[in-house]
Design a protein around this ligand. Sequence first.
Ligand code: ARG
Length: 571
Amino acid sequence: MDMKMLIAERVASAAREAFEGCALTGEDVCAMLEIPPEKKLGDYALPCFRLSKTLRKPPQAIAQALCERLSCEELERAEVVGGYLNLFLARGGFAGKLIEAVLADPGRWGASDAGRGKTVCIDYSSINIAKRFHIGHLSTTVIGNSLKRIYDFCGYKTVGINHLGDWGTQFGKMICAYKKWGDRESVERGGVQAMVDLYVRFHKEAESDPALEDEGRAWFKRIEEGDPEAMEIFSWFKDVTLKDTQRVYDLLGVTFDSYAGESFYNDKMQPIVSELREKGLLVESQGAQVVMLDDYGMPPAIVLRKDGATLYITRDLAAAQYRHDTYHFDRCLYVVAYQQNLHFRQLFKVLELMGRDWHKDMEHVSFGMVSYEGRSLSTREGYVVYLEDLLQKAIDKAREIIEEKSPNLPNKDEVARQVGVGAVVYFDLHNDRNKDIDFRWERALNFDGETGPYVQYTHARCCSVLRKAQGLPAAAPDYAALADDEANEVVLLLSRFPETVARAREQSEPSLITRQVTALAQAYNKYYFEHRIMEEGDPAGTAARLALTRATRDVIRTGLYLIGVEAPERM
Ligand code: ARG
């Protein structure tokens, strides 16, 4: 049940009654309803300016005519101010309807079947083999994971793809270094860091021994040709990387349906290249084969290098085709930093030029950069923060806080993990994704600010209230007890949650949910401090306030789930 829609239906039918020939529907009105900037202007407002063209009446007269015909149990009153029709919800009646709707299907408030029968591919995290997982890959991982959950919640079939960066000459050099100076056991033990060390050593030694570069290239050629020894080492490198990375994914609760990375497309690029050539899209430029894009204000897309080698975009062209053929997607998202804006604009344009009308179903979900405590990260200067270290530090800090605040908590380790990891994920997902983020400990782990722990704490508070109420005799709720401003604010935020989920999906913007769930937590806390939930001698009012608490708890949990944050019941 959608309250806004219900109100919109009422307004639409008043309009059809008032104006002959008017065919306004609930959907039309729903799309026009606004949330007024101030409480005293109502809970919703309908601007009548646009209607004035079709109905050929001044906006104010339209608002007045609607106002006179609106009377229903969900509305307390309507007022005309200028060309606006301001609507005030009947608090008790509205609260009761809404809370019962939220509680009717626990954990599903805001869910929909908008995506029934549709598939969305989401390319996220997409780490590089033999590189350590650092915080530059945090946003793609958590935004992608959240979008997957949001799309699922909206009824889509989702395919999470980790498009591994597992192709390039560096892997030849790494094998070369491994054969010279490495051994199996120390790589098994040292994991990705051991591979990184080998690679660094390769570059040092190559300075005085340029022949090494040739050896490295030879090894890469062997990978390209599928030589068994090269392939064996290479795929073992991959296993070691994925095993290391899996620890981080486990902490974050992130999963994938496919790990088809760049090398997966080795044998799938030829048809694309041939088609480009047949369609006359490929031209030679300084020995390379390129698609000219200057008509679209872009530099050429290089498809084959001078030596015939394929590039990042060649693999992405093949990957897009493969995803379309395999999953028949309705949408295909790429959660990748804005530095790759040009790459994706080129990719989508080349697909369009090839006549793939599904190029319009593709979206580059870009995001800003992460810095750490005011310092930007740079691999070149050796300033990196590894994700696993960051998460571990967050868990340790959360553990200290819990030790201090709730020394008697039974499962402290578990809660510390949920709170520590939740703080990091929330921090990443609480601003517009295209803004750069500066990670600060005192802002991520503050239990009072707009943080993950704050929202989690509110959820635990609701759980605690409900635990205390368990022994109470059952009573039918009297929702008139929820007519005060503070309860009304909570109810309104609950009622707007489904819209927020829908918008978060449409705009690929998880932060809308983060902020909504934070506002809900703030509103509930305000309510909690100004009202007694359990009042002796008032079983019906108590039941209503408990129902509000339960609905809040459910929706906070759902919202946190959708951004990939766990919700402990005690903190
Ligand atoms: N591995 C790349 C990187 O770390 C991201 C790949 C994104 N996905 C894609 N299909 N291009 O920058």
